[in-house]
Write a protein that binds this ligand. Structure first.
Ligand SMILES: NC(=O)c1ccc[n+]([C@@H]2O[C@H](COP(=O)([O-])OP(=O)(O)OC[C@H]3O[C@@H](n4cnc5c(N)ncnc54)[C@H](O)[C@@H]3O)[C@@H](O)[C@H]2O)c1
Ligand SMILES: *[C@@H]1O[C@H](CO)[C@@H](O)[C@H](O)[C@H]1NC(C)=O
Length: 307
């Protein structure tokens, strides 16, 4: 009898599972036409790494314009202070600039402590700082490879260990990470870079699930958003090549920042920039390998080695 009872439970569970899947499928179709409302970031403390230039600077300025207190971190003090001053010129919002090399665990933990004392607990963390040396794999020196891994990958571990505890305590917070389309598709001249960006995806997908499972009733109010930009016009990407320069135009940094903040405020788990790349890459991945190669050769876009 116990077995029959157990069997009924499983059948009921499976039915329920299918109903829930169907519900969320319809929800996502609905959300495609009626996007979720953007939550307010006013009063939040936002920390942006790599805020001294490019996407990081645009993110810092825009978060400030939305009423957040913004903490700018960069290894480049001059650029970082320019960003903080630009925010102050805007008016109301508070901004703080700290020089920090995010690849150094000691510096991250020390600077995090200063931020806690001088500003408060960070509630939105944007792991944006990154570097992108671009040349063929065998011409990468060991030092360069280690540095890439330290800046683009290890920094995420140190930042999360520094800032997650207070988010977990309050079950409130948001972590945004900059991966790249190079974290979904392998690209020539970017072997170590791609490795770090694939790894960022691994960190974000797993930490998100770990936090969900330890949250009270699995109601996780710490959200995670991973960003996969294609090419953004910041100078990071020195020699882009594209067979279709109009279709695959470089995105302006402020446009990228708008899309990142909008995804964060809507609690989206992942976005590509431009957004159609997510659909395209998901579809292409289901094709047989030889067919994928045809697509790659047809599109013929990527980055050329820096001289
Ligand atoms: N620009 C693109 O085409 C593109 C595409 C995909 C992903 N991304 C990613 O977006 C992020 C931002 O890129 P961007 O184009 O704005 O770059 P950027 O070079 O314009 O700015 C990066 C900032 O990070 C800072 N930085 C570098 N190393 C650091 C360190 N060790 N500690 C602290 N700060 C450090 C730099 O000083 C600079 O201010 C990066 O993670 C990058 O990999 C960029
Ligand atoms: C920051 O969070 C810690 C717990 O993680 C708490 O003890 C402290 O009071 C908080 N600080 C502020 C300014 O809210």
């Amino acid at each position: 009898m116990v077995n029959a009872y157990g069997g009924v439970i499983i059948v009921a569970d499976v039915l329920l599972l299918f109903l829930k899947i169907i519900f969320y499928l319809f929800e996502s179709i609905y959300r495609f036409f009626v996007p979720a409302e953007e939550k307010s970031v006013a009063g939040e403390i936002v920390l942006v790494t790599g805020a001294g230039h490019g996407i990081g600077r645009e993110l810092a300025v825009r978060y400030a314009s939305l009423g957040a207190t913004v903490v700018c971190w960069d290894i480049n003090q001059e650029g970082n202070e320019e960003t903080a001053n630009e925010i102050k010129k805007q008016g109301a919002a508070r901004s703080f600039a700290y020089k920090c090399d995010v690849s150094s665990r000691d510096e991250v933990l020390e600077t995090a402590e200063k931020v806690r004392e001088e500003v408060g607990n960070v509630t939105i963390l944007v792991n944006n700082a990154g570097i992108m040396p671009c040349h063929s794999f065998l011409t990468h020196t060991p030092e360069e490879i280690r540095k890439l891994v330290d800046v683009n990958l290890m920094s995420h571990f140190w930042m999360l260990q520094a800032f997650l505890p207070s988010m977990i305590e309050k079950n409130h917070g948001h972590v945004v990470a900059l991966s790249s389309m190079a974290g979904i598709v392998g690209l020539p001249n970017l072997v170590p870079y791609c490795a770090t960006k694939y790894a960022v995806r691994g960190i974000m997908d797993s930490i998100c699930e770990e936090i969900r499972q330890i949250s009270p009733n699995k109601i996780n109010n710490i959200k995670f958003t991973t960003i996969y930009p294609y090419m953004v016009d910041t100078g990071l990407c020195k020699k882009p090549k594209s067979r279709f320069p109009n279709l695959l135009a470089l995105v302006k940094p402020h446009e990228a920042a708008d899309q990142i903040i909008s995804a964060q405020r809507r609690n989206q788990m992942e976005i590509t920039i431009p957004s159609y790349w997510l659909t395209v890459s998901t579809f292409v991945r289901t094709l047989p390998y030889k067919a994928i190669l045809q697509v790659i050769d047809f599109v013929d876009s990527g980055v050329e080695a820096e001289s």
